[in-house]
Design a protein around this ligand. Sequence first.
Ligand code: ATP
Ligand code: MG
Length: 374
Amino acid sequence: MPRKVSLSLLKLTDFRNYAVAALELDDRHVVLTGDNGAGKTNLMEAVSFLSPGRGLRRAAYADVTRVGATNGFSIFTRIDGMQGDVEIGTGVDTTDETAARRLRINGTTAKTADELTDHLRVLWLTPAMDGLFTGGSSDRRRFLDRLVLSLDPAHGRRASDFERAMRGRNKLLSEGRFDPAWLSGIEEQMASLGIAMALARQEMLGLLSRLIEESGEETPFPSASLKLSGFLDDQFDRAAVDLEDQYSGMLRDGRYRDAAAGRTLDGPHRADLLVRHREKEMEAERCSTGEQKALLVGLVLAHARLVGNLTGHAPILLLDEIAAHLDEGRRAALFDLVDGLGGQAFMTGTDRAMFSALGDRAQFLTVAHGGISL
Ligand SMILES: Nc1ncnc2c1ncn2[C@@H]1O[C@H](COP(=O)(O)OP(=O)(O)OP(=O)(O)O)[C@@H](O)[C@H]1O
Ligand SMILES: [Mg+2]
């Protein structure tokens, strides 16, 4: 069983609808209930800022700062983390829209947000993700890359470096500057970064698929089969150098086509995550709404187990309104499954009774008007 990581203190200042709020917790799960608009998802969002990136809403920081506040927002936490007790503070100092998020770990300014992953991993599932299988491929790529990131923090850097190189190439092509030496240099960089990205995705999906296969019958949620498509399909058993050569060749041959299209048509930025309902042998996008949600829950929980297995520490899970659509039996099974991951999970709903099957495995809090009480 992976070791537990848990939040023992969460303090918010001018964060969304919270002017000041402080929450002391023990290491059990956290159930947050309250009316619509009370601030439940906002609290989850605050916890999601303990991972690199812009949190579970992918918000602009100016929107996160409480309306009417004159400075930015801040979050302070005390965590029993992967390397023992740690204090993490984050926020922005101004309401300036372009401000970057600052981060302090044990009182010292962190160089990059990746340092957070030395202390905890945070994963989430929110209602905003319900359309994942039916929506556009960019959402699925982002989902996929988040799955990779929580195992391999360097993935984010690779992806942003790739994007930057690709923008450089697109710009040269759009300006008609077909300087072969210059273009080849950029394309080789894109090839090495792009293949590294694709391989990291493949590796994570391979590990996740194996874990899903091995734990097949145990869960009340359908299991997913996962596949990448759209970039060098079915070729990832070849050596990385060969793949890089192939991709840089594709880019070289595609210069005129890409110039005409105004963008790069081949690459990891075109990949898609194909998900199938294993038992029904059906593409996820053709499954019912409830089946899609169940698939997604199964997938996120399997990934949480994978993160726990590989890092030795269970991730903190943010499950927003996850129990709402489930009948009593499935809810109880879900709670057992979440509890079995060995970590601390935050769960929200409008009705406390919905979580009664958790019993004393959870602490129950009420959220109302930007305040939190027992
Ligand atoms: N920057 C902000 N300043 C002040 N209030 C904000 C800010 N951003 C969002 N809010 C408000 O916070 C409130 C709570 O939002 P939140 O999404 O957390 O509610 P919730 O409890 O999850 O509700 P639901 O049950 O409907 O999901 C909303 O009324 C929203 O308008
Ligand atoms: Mg909500």
